[in-house]
Design a protein around this ligand. Structure first.
Ligand SMILES: [Zn+2]
Length: 240
């Protein structure tokens, strides 16, 4: 099966990043009925040779930490009894303006990520937290020292904020290369998650996820949660 990647749930956004509450509710109902939705940690513990969860296991992850997760996604997940992991941009824990210029096709509504108290409330209710880097920069554009610093500082900041060791990372937009994966390992992560759109390496520092987007029907969801969906995109081993 596959690990799923969502971004947010908003009634007003009709864009790539957001599902409507109705669509997400339908998605959750389908997943609860036809898949075994487990905490990310449990999905990772079951990975096969190609780094896909086995059995009917799937896991739900959200990237970026948009306010729609607290307002809409989490209440719906709770209603269906489904666990989630949230990958947080560490800069959103600090005061000040956040640069959202990396958002493609932004909605008309203002972009808002959750503040620390909102994130802590979700964490207290059982949401698992991971890192989504410091500021959502394309990690491939940083040199080695800066990349390790970004990933290490974001990990430490989040670990301090949530009082536990944060050891999972989702690469911004899923983008990574050899150097980025090495940096993630040096920065202390155990598992890092990608979002393959073409054929790419898999490993503990590049566990593939599948994005779910507006308009994806249950039939699409059926295909996307099956291991076979990722087959064409994965190398069983690192390319040499
Ligand atoms: Zn992101």
């Amino acid at each position: 099966m596959s690990i799923l990647c969502f971004h947010t749930v908003e009634p007003e956004w009709d864009r790539t990043l957001a599902l409507t509450p109705e669509a997400f509710d339908e998605t959750c109902r389908w997943l609860a009925r036809w898949r075994r939705v487990v905490p990310l940690e449990e999905a990772v513990a079951s990975l096969d040779r190609r780094y896909r969860p086995t059995g009917r296991r799937t896991a739900i992850t959200f990237d970026d930490g948009w306010t729609g997760v607290a307002d809409h996604a989490w209440p719906i997940l709770q209603r269906h009894g489904l666990p989630m992991t949230l990958f947080v941009i560490a800069d959103s824990l600090r005061d000040g303006e956040i640069d959202f210029s990396w958002v493609d096709n932004p909605p008309d509504a203002p972009l808002r990520t959750m503040a620390l108290d909102q994130l802590r409330a979700l964490h207290d209710e059982g949401v698992t937290i991971g890192s989504h880097s410091m500021s959502h920069a394309d990690l491939r554009t940083l040199d080695e020292a800066d990349c390790v610093r970004d990933l290490r500082e974001s990990r430490e900041l989040l670990s301090d904020a949530f009082g536990e060791s944060i050891d999972t990372l989702a690469y911004p937009k899923g983008d990574h290369n050899d150097l980025v994966r090495r940096c993630a390992e040096r920065a202390g992560y155990r598992w890092a998650f990608s979002l393959p759109e073409r054929r790419e390496a898999v490993g503990p520092m590049a566990i593939p996820r599948v994005g779910v987007y507006p308009g994806n029907s249950n039939r699409t969801l059926f295909a996307k949660t099956r291991s076979r969906y990722l087959d064409a995109r994965l190398h069983p081993r690192w390319p040499s």
